[in-house]
Design a protein around this ligand. Structure first.
Ligand SMILES: Nc1ncnc2c1ncn2[C@@H]1O[C@H](COP(=O)(O)OP(=O)(O)O)[C@@H](O)[C@H]1O
Ligand SMILES: [Mg+2]
Length: 210
């Protein structure tokens, strides 16, 4: 068996890569063995785990990429069912290209505004380029921080249609619980009743992709 490898990527910072990586990984951990590879030099995924209390450890191992990301992912692939790569917020970092080279799926969290979506355009070129060598690579846009109780604006829906990349039906709402979980170094799955709605939407994303 070889792990299914997911990259969480957007060359823009602050779109929710680390938040999605960690919660998606925690949800996958209910379905198999998961490894998170922190490929962002800022090391946010690693920091996240360092905040966990001893009696509530994060359910997934997180390692910082040391050498060649593609080689490391391939080496770990036989020991895990899923690998989640939290990508750097720039296309200039060589780990970005390596992540796309080894991944099965690439999840692109975008904020629900057309301006943010257009800022992700260079990533779509990079994906097309990566697909020449990695034909299995499947990209998906994941709307993050969708306003509670409001639908996607028609401007945003229109902008999404101009992309070659499909948008997941399931999206992530803006919820304080995502920030609270990060502060405690846990996932929304560990936040009891307060985290239920968030855990449910992460589960829906996982089911839609798997
Ligand atoms: N769905 C969400 N609801 C509320 N806050 C969020 C959500 N997603 C991300 N955030 C917050 O937005 C900020 C940026 O998210 P982060 O995951 O660090 O982005 P990136 O890794 O792309 O830079 C963080 O403070 C995070 O807690
Ligand atoms: Mg990050």
């Amino acid at each position: 068996m070889s792990a299914r490898i997911f990259s969480i990527a957007n060359q823009k910072g602050g779109t929710g890569k680390t938040t999605l990586s960690m919660n998606f990984a925690a949800g996958l951990a209910l379905r198999g063995r998961v490894l998170v590879i922190d490929a962002d030099p800022q090391g946010s995924a690693g920091q996240w785990c360092s905040l966990s209390a001893d009696n509530k450890p994060f359910p997934v191992s997180v390692i910082a990429v040391g050498g060649n990301l593609a080689r490391e992912a391939e080496r770990f692939a036989k020991d895990y069912d899923f690998i989640v790569i939290d990508c750097p917020p720039t296309l200039e970092n060589s780990n970005m290209a390596l992540a796309m080279q080894v991944s099965d799926d690439i999840l692109i969290p975008v904020l629900p505004s057309p301006v943010d979506l257009w800022a992700s355009i260079r990533l779509t070129d990079a994906i097309e380029h990566a697909k020449i060598r990695n034909r299995k690579l499947k990209p998906y846009i994941v709307i993050n921080q969708l306003e509670p109780r409001s639908a996607l604006s028609s401007a945003m829906a229109e902008a999404l249609q101009e992309f070659n990349i499909p948008t997941l039906r399931s999206s992530v709402r803006r919820r304080a619980i995502y920030r609270n979980a990060a502060v405690e170094g846990v996932s929304v799955y560990c936040m009891g009743k307060r985290g239920e709605a968030a855990a449910k939407e992460i589960d829906e994303i996982i089911e839609e992709i798997l």
